[in-house]
Design a protein around this ligand. Structure first.
Ligand SMILES: [Cu+2]
Length: 119
């Protein structure tokens, strides 16, 4: 099957643009805890891994507890693609890890990972 050259050109341009944007932004590729994981302990490692390096000084992990109170988690050293910390003193209930990050292309992205503590 053959296509007019001009049609292929217009088809290709948006695909290139989308691929470029996807590589540039920080996207979560793995996490601890996993989304909706249940933890049977009062503390856990917190790690969010992205598809690209992140600016740790301008990134943040916030833990929101079952009662709605939130605390900014201190970031530990680690791989350049990760935000790493530790949450302790956890009670039973549903928690959310809010992540906000500045990726190397200067774009801020954010999201959240929900998990449950049940002992
Ligand atoms: Cu970007």
């Amino acid at each position: 099957m053959t296509m007019p050259r001009s049609y292929l050109y217009f088809l290709a341009v948006p695909l290139v643009f989308v691929a470029d944007a996807a590589f540039a932004h920080a996207i979560v590729v793995a996490s601890t805890p996993l989304p909706n994981e249940t933890i049977a302990a009062s503390e856990t490692e917190v790690e969010v891994r992205f598809n690209s390096r992140v600016d740790r000084a301008r990134s943040r992990l916030t833990l929101v507890g079952p009662g709605g109170a939130s605390v900014v988690l201190p970031l530990a050293d680690g791989a350049a693609e990760t935000l790493k910390s530790r949450a302790s003193g956890l009670e039973d209930g549903r928690y959310r890890i809010l992540w906000q990050t500045l990726s190397v292309d200067g774009h801020i992205t954010h999201g959240e990972i929900s998990f449950q503590v049940k002992r």
